[in-house]
Design a protein around this ligand. Structure first.
Ligand code: FPP
Length: 237
């Protein structure tokens, strides 16, 4: 699909933007549609925003697709979200044609086997892509990620006195990646919901009432322009 957004110029582009794709259910409700229609619209919008991020030259984008807590939703809704994900993964062109390098972060082992195979294919298919790194957080929870990192560190036999902040970072799903500079949460909620809790220590935040399926490239532009006015001090003055 051709992509016609005009390239914007920004003073500074955050290296890594993380997005909580929230508000699909409310978007559907407003239109008297089933929640699945909201997730389908959210998934389409995810593709638009990922393409746009790649186009403007973002190096990393991490999106929250499904949390460790989302299993509490009605089984029918979970099944529908997984089916939307299957459709997305089956279309491997999504990654190849766009030169986007995709990686899934989260406990993939809990997912159905066909999804795990599709994920492995999608990651393999795009491993040499030189464009944006797109992380899709799936069955992801920040606390769960830290617990798993601690277990890995213990298994590696690292001595307690040798454990540094870097040791923790190096054992997270996001090992080797820069922390998110900027976290965007649409839909009017003002919380992190267990998302990248270690990595977000110094992130800037952008909240808005826009529901995720309505969050357009122009809103990403607005958020980045806002980011450009922030003064990041990392605890200094
Ligand atoms: C939050 O909206 C959204 C989710 C929990 C699921 C997000 C899933 C997608 C965007 C589709 C699948 C993703 C990919 C990567 C293909 P909500 O349901 O909590 O909305 P609400 O707060 O308005 O009820």
């Amino acid at each position: 699909m051709a992509f016609f957004y005009k390239k914007k110029q920004f003073d500074t582009l955050p290296t890594h933007i993380a997005i909580i794709m929230d508000g699909n259910g409310r978007w559907a409700k407003k239109r008297s549609l089933p929640r699945t229609a909201g997730h389908a619209a959210g998934s389409n919008n995810f593709k638009t925003i990922a393409r746009y991020g790649n186009k403007i030259g973002l190096k990393y984008m991490t999106v929250y697709a499904f949390s460790t807590e989302n299993w509490k939703r009605p089984p029918e809704e979970v099944k529908n979200i997984m089916n939307i994900l299957r459709d997305y993964l089956k279309d491997a062109k999504n990654f190849k044609d766009e030169n986007i390098k995709v990686k899934f972060i989260g406990d993939i082992s809990a997912l159905d086997e066909d999804i795990r195979l599709l994920i492995a294919d999608a990651e393999k298919e795009s491993e040499n892509a030189t464009g944006m790194h797109l992380n899709i957080a799936l069955n992801y929870g920040g606390r769960d990620e830290i617990v798993k990192a601690v277990r890995k560190i213990v298994k590696k036999g690292i001595k307690p006195e040798d454990i540094t902040e870097q040791t923790i970072s190096d054992n997270l799903y996001t090992a080797g990646m820069p922390d998110p500079d900027f976290i965007i949460r649409p839909s009017g909620e003002y919380r992190l919901s267990n998302y990248l809790i270690w990595q977000s220590a110094y992130s800037e935040y952008w909240f808005s009432n826009i529901l995720w399926p309505d969050f357009k490239p122009k809103h990403l532009d607005m958020a980045i322009e806002d980011y450009n006015n922030r003064n990041r001090r990392y605890g200094g003055i």
